[in-house]
Design a protein around this ligand. Structure first.
Ligand code: DP6
Length: 332
């Protein structure tokens, strides 16, 4: 099954026409997984081995503005032109190719992002989600949320979860065409919950999450334990979210991230996203917990940590981590 076959299944006879000069514009939040998506059962259409669960980061994310262009594609990032032969543009153009008859229409696209690109902050997640939402607006397709999630997934797996705010579950699904592999928003809200970004390094990652994931699945002797770990963690997280059990949420998210990194460390060649600052911050967090500050972390494919804590502890957490950027999760 190719990406273009999935697009055909969803768009069917829908058109690729938009009034001249009209603009499709849409924002999508980035998201952080509390239970990670790590490993694909189909690499072409980004079908995951397991389900995953995330929280969207409010007003942190990307806005895509798309219009039709006459002669060639035009790609801007934060208002500046990006060379069409760059890897950033190529990935985007490959995605846009799914939504046009080649050589018949061109796009002018500006992505404005308020998070660092490729620093393990899920920039591709909000990028692809904002693009599919903007295309849906430009062409007036009126797709269902589940369809938008599937189409976003074709750009990047985690983008399937960036269609919504709040808590989001991406169902692994079992169909070969992936039509049952989409994300859904969970109705629960948790206004007390805070996420803080502890950024040590904003530069491009040495190895992409895509490549790290593939290498882990192919070579880690620990990977076979991952699906059972996720199944147990998904139950715990949903329970924690519905009862606002912060200890259960924090412990489960942190342990899930540590287990994911353990599978990477045991891949060959090993994948290690830790920087000395990452480890020092982890040790500090573990110590603070023994001193009764309820604070946990999660980590994605990068050295930065995302801290989990409750509003009541904001002052104490800021005293310990003065560079922390606190995200508004539920009150945007
Ligand atoms: C560690 O969604 O970037 O952030 O589907 O290959 O584009 P592709 O991978 P991507 O992987 C995200 C991995 C993660 C965990 C997560 O977000 O669930």
């Amino acid at each position: 099954m190719k990406k273009s076959d999935v697009v055909k299944l969803i768009l069917k006879e829908k058109h690729y026409q938009a009034p001249l000069n009209s603009v499709g514009k849409s924002f999508a939040p980035t998201n952080i997984a509390l239970c990670k998506y790590w490993g694909k059962r189909n690499q072409e259409i980004n079908l995951p081995v397991t389900s995953s669960l995330s929280i969207s980061l409010g007003d942190k994310g990307a806005t895509a503005e798309i219009k039709l262009n006459s002669f060639q594609d035009e790609i801007k990032l934060n208002g500046s032109d990006v060379a069409l032969d760059s890897s950033f543009s190529q990935r985007l153009i490959n995605y846009l190719n799914l939504f046009r008859q080649p050589d018949q229409i061109f796009f002018s696209i500006n992505i404005v992002s308020n998070i660092p690109i490729a620093a393990g902050l899920a920039s591709s997640a909000c990028g692809f989600a904002s693009i599919i939402l903007a295309l849906n607006a430009l062409f007036g397709w009126q797709l269902l949320d589940s369809e938008l999630s599937i189409l976003a997934r074709l750009g990047s797996g985690s983008a399937s979860r960036s269609i919504w705010q709040g808590f989001v579950e991406w169902h692994a699904g079992s169909l070969e065409d992936g039509m049952d592999s989409y994300a859904q928003s969970l109705s629960a809200k948790w206004p007390e919950l805070c996420i803080g970004l502890l950024i040590f390094n904003n530069s491009e990652k040495s190895i992409s999450s895509r490549e790290a994931m593939q290498r882990t699945v192919a070579t880690s002797p620990l990977y076979s334990a991952w699906p059972d770990k996720v199944a147990a963690d998904m139950i715990k997280l949903k329970d924690a979210i519905s009862t606002h059990d912060f200890k259960l949420l924090g412990e489960t998210a942190e342990s899930n991230a540590m287990t994911m990194h353990a599978t990477m460390l045991s891949a060959w060649p090993a994948v290690c996203y830790y920087m000395p600052e990452t480890i020092m911050a982890m040790q500090k967090i573990w110590k603070l917990r023994t001193q009764d500050l309820e604070i946990y972390f999660t980590q994605d494919a990068g050295p930065n940590l995302k801290l989990l804590f409750l509003k009541k502890d904001i002052t104490s957490v800021l005293n310990e981590f003065n560079k922390l950027e606190i995200i508004r999760l539920f009150d945007v």
